[in-house]
Design a protein around this ligand. Structure first.
Ligand code: ZN
Ligand code: ZN
Length: 133
């Protein structure tokens, strides 16, 4: 009896995880965990906030998603795994991908550090906000 209960729970978890992944990976707007939770709740209101947060952490751990820290707000989640930076609109708070052409920066003072990767968070005004001005 106990076994089948555990199995049911595991199956339910897997189902929830794949629903959360479906919702998250179709958003394409660098959502916060709360934004993912709201979208998940619209599909299945039995899934709690903590479950969504845990699932997002797991996606990051497993390398299926990246977590984008934003200096003035909640972390964003991103399903684009290619190395890239981000631009945040100071008006609407929207976060977009920025792919930088060219080489990695060379550090000027010779501190012996070799740059292998990295990402920058730029800020500015997005096209939609600029047009609606
Ligand atoms: Zn904007
Ligand atoms: Zn991104």
């Amino acid at each position: 009896m106990q076994d089948s209960g555990a199995k049911c729970k595991a199956q339910r978890n897997t189902k929830q995880q794949s629903l959360i992944w479906d919702v998250f990976s179709s958003m394409h707007n660098h959502p916060t965990a709360d934004m993912v939770f709201a979208a998940v709740a619209a599909r299945d209101e039995s899934i709690g906030r903590a479950t969504v947060y845990r699932a997002l952490h797991r996606f990051v751990e497993k390398g299926r998603a990246i977590c984008v820290p934003v200096y003035d707000g909640a972390d964003r989640y991103d399903e684009t795994l290619l190395p890239h930076s981000h631009a945040k609109c100071t008006k609407c708070g929207g976060v977009s991908d920025v792919f930088i052409r060219g080489t990695l920066p060379e550090i000027e003072d010779d501190c012996g550090f070799t740059v292998q990767g990295g990402a920058v968070l730029y800020y500015g005004c997005c096209a939609a906000c600029r047009e609606s001005k």
